[in-house]
Design a protein around this ligand. Structure first.
Ligand SMILES: Nc1ncnc2c1ncn2[C@@H]1O[C@H](COP(=O)(O)OP(=O)(O)OP(=O)(O)O)[C@@H](O)[C@H]1O
Ligand SMILES: Cc1ncc(COP(=O)(O)O)c(N)n1
Length: 275
């Protein structure tokens, strides 16, 4: 029998497949974990922006969660778009006593500028979900909301990552540098050490769903038993190649390329090849 780790994404949808649940499942498949999904909100969106959103009821989200968790317990879980306080409270209740690695991508605003989380929820996520996280993956605007100060430099990103761990209670936090200038530098704090993950910044408009892709790749590696640092290293390699080799799809900000990394491999795979 073929044994495989499984991972669950709890998030909103993107019918054009670039962000949310659809992006996450593509990453899980590519990284060879069995992908499962619980939908929180159905989003009418494409590479040009968000047209409309319908939230599922908390009752129905709970039914989906129970269907998965009582049948195929995942080895790692990620949450993306969790729009309302009631949804956050439900997920907190379900994951409170869990030991399953849990990645939070605190999706607040889509790249197109459309809000994907209501204002009260931005406060509540700090108290309900962040303390349960194995790793939180905010971009700069999201990290600024979580920590309450401006982030312009790597020093600011370090301070923010530390605050999310030391004061908000996550086990680790990585503040992503996609919204800054210069090299694309992400700063990870795992409660002990700070690590920098750096890549060239590619001059491309095809960055729809980069955060979803990155956090799903980290989740897939955690499901396979990797440490947070190793999972982030592989996740960074995956997202870098997914941005470097764009697919040129859509009229707006196109999706990431989930086959990009196959052109050059990921660090761990290169090591295996070298041996
Ligand atoms: N132009 C770029 N070139 C290289 N790496 C990039 C670029 N833009 C973003 N990244 C990297 O992509 C990852 C995701 O970061 P980003 O800040 O874009 O997330 P995000 O804003 O949450 O994404 P999204 O909201 O689109 O899902 C990080 O590792 C970041 O460094
Ligand atoms: C369902 C869902 N989740 C997350 C994002 C963020 O991605 P982006 O900021 O690239 O639009 C999105 N657009 N839709």
């Amino acid at each position: 029998m073929h044994k495989i780790a499984s991972a669950l994404t709890i998030a909103g949808t993107d019918p054009t497949g670039g962000a949310g649940i659809q992006a996450d499942l593509k990453v899980f498949q590519e990284r060879e974990v069995y992908g499962m999904s619980v939908i929180t909100s159905v989003v009418a969106q494409n590479t040009e922006g968000v047209q409309d959103v319908q939230h599922l009821t908390v009752d129905f989200i709970e039914k989906q969660l129970d269907a998965v968790l009582t049948d195929i317990p995942p080895q790692a879980i990620k949450t993306g778009m969790i729009a309302t306080v009631e949804m956050m409270e439900l997920i907190a209740k379900k994951l409170k006593n869990s030991t399953i690695p849990y990645v939070i991508d605190p999706v607040m605003v889509a790249k197109s500028g459309h809000s994907l989380m209501d204002k009260t929820s931005r406060e509540v996520i700090r108290q309900t979900l962040i303390p349960l996280a194995t790793v939180v993956t905010p971009n700069v605007p999201e990290a600024e909301i979580l920590v309450g100060f401006d982030i312009q430099t790597n020093d600011d990103a370090e301070k923010a990552a530390k605050l999310i761990v030391d004061e908000l209670g996550a086990q680790a936090a990585i503040v992503k540098g996609g919204h800054l200038t210069g090299e694309a530098i992400d700063v990870l704090y795992d409660g002990n050490e700070l690590y920098y993950f750096q890549s060239e910044r590619f001059n491309t408009k095809h960055t729809h769903g980069t955060g979803c892709t990155f956090s799903a790749a980290i989740t897939a590696e955690l499901a396979k038993g990797k440490s947070v640092k190793d999972a982030v290293e592989l996740g960074k390699a995956y997202i870098t190649k997914a941005i470097e080799y764009p697919l040129e799809l859509g009229k707006g900000n196109g999706p990431t390329n989930h086959w990009g990394y196959r052109l050059e491999g990921l660090p761990a795979q290169k090591e295996i090849v070298d041996k």
